[in-house]
Design a protein around this ligand. Structure first.
Ligand code: CP
Length: 304
């Protein structure tokens, strides 16, 4: 089983993985050694702090080893992607790849003989969404009746949250006046609508939100790119009224979520990020526990 989009994962796959993540967090020693002798290969086309650390530390804590490959230090950039993926899979038991384009992730997956995990591409960020469900369950104890309001740019994170939430039984409203073009996925939206748990609007109403989630308005790889400066400025103008700030939080008791890194002063203020209402650092920690759950499901499902 691959973890590329979450769209092919059933509700039971998602819920059991999230519950396993919580069990791992409560009793990490119980799972130590479960992946003895196993190897995770991690391929990065983009920078990362949380994904890199959570997978590498998680794999080591499970008794396995992790090998990190920086795209530019390999032959991937010079060779047929599918061929290189097949070769990589002969050395490793599972591959985690952070690719710029989802199409390239699919090509890598087609070449690989072992399971492939999407460590964030331009269309989806399934590992983060699984960890976020775990954070919600930790805070609320159940998914039933929970309402998440996602605010800002419709992007890869929004896609994965919409899938994860609607499959887990969490109501999600996307307050998204702008769509990041690569993340457009009408099939995903239609499936979410069919659950009755999803809505999309430009009206920023957080009064009945339990969690407010926001993310960067500009993809990381474009943040300081001078060629993207005009588009970045346009987005800042359009999205400024959707900033998560102190005035907005006065209208709700909701917790604030962010997958990080945050761009304080843009999608969220420094004050909100530093407040007790913000659980972003707990979300980041939960990446470690959920990654361990994902790795065990991928490599040794019979052991969990
Ligand atoms: N949230 C997240 O994926 O963080 P990194 O980009 O640091 O991996």
């Amino acid at each position: 089983m691959d973890l590329l989009t979450l769209k092919t994962w059933s509700a039971d796959d998602i819920l059991s993985t999230v519950e396993l993540g919580l069990a791992v967090k409560k009793n990490p020693q119980h799972y130590a050694g479960r992946l003895n002798g196993q190897t995770l290969a991690m391929l990065f086309q983009k920078t990362s702090t949380r994904t890199r650390m959570s997978f590498e530390v998680g794999m080591r804590q499970l008794g396995g080893q992790a090998v990190v490959l920086n795209w530019m230090e390999t032959q991937f950039a010079l060779a047929d992607l599918r061929d290189e993926a097949q070769v990589l899979s002969r050395y490793a038991d599972v591959i985690m790849a952070r690719m710029l384009k989802h199409e390239d992730l699919l090509c890598l997956s087609a070449g690989s003989e072992v399971p492939v995990i999407n460590g964030c591409c331009d269309r989806y960020h399934p590992c983060q969404a699984l960890g976020d469900l775990m954070s919600i369950l930790e805070v609320r104890g159940a998914f039933e009746g929970v309402h998440m309001v996602y605010v800002g740019m419709w992007n890869n994170m929004c896609n994965s949250l919409v899938v994860a939430c609607t499959k887990a039984g969490v109501r999600i409203t996307a307050v998204t006046p702008e769509v990041n073009e690569p993340s457009e996925d009408p099939e995903l939206v239609a499936a979410a609508r069919a659950t009755g748990l999803f809505d999309q609007t430009c009206d920023l109403d957080v009064t009945d939100a339990d969690f407010i989630y926001t993310d960067t308005w500009v993809d990381m790889e474009f943040l300081d790119n001078p060629e993207f400066a005009t588009e970045k400025e346009r987005r800042v103008q359009v999205l400024a009224p959707y900033q998560i700030n102190g005035d907005l939080l006065k209208k709700t008791d909701a917790y604030v979520m962010h997958c990080l890194p945050a761009h304080k002063g843009y999608e969220v203020t420094d004050e909100v990020m530093a407040s007790d209402r913000c659980i972003a650092v707990d979300q980041a920690e939960n990446r470690l526990h959920i990654q361990k759950a994902v790795l065990m499901r991928m490599i040794a499902p019979e052991s969990v």
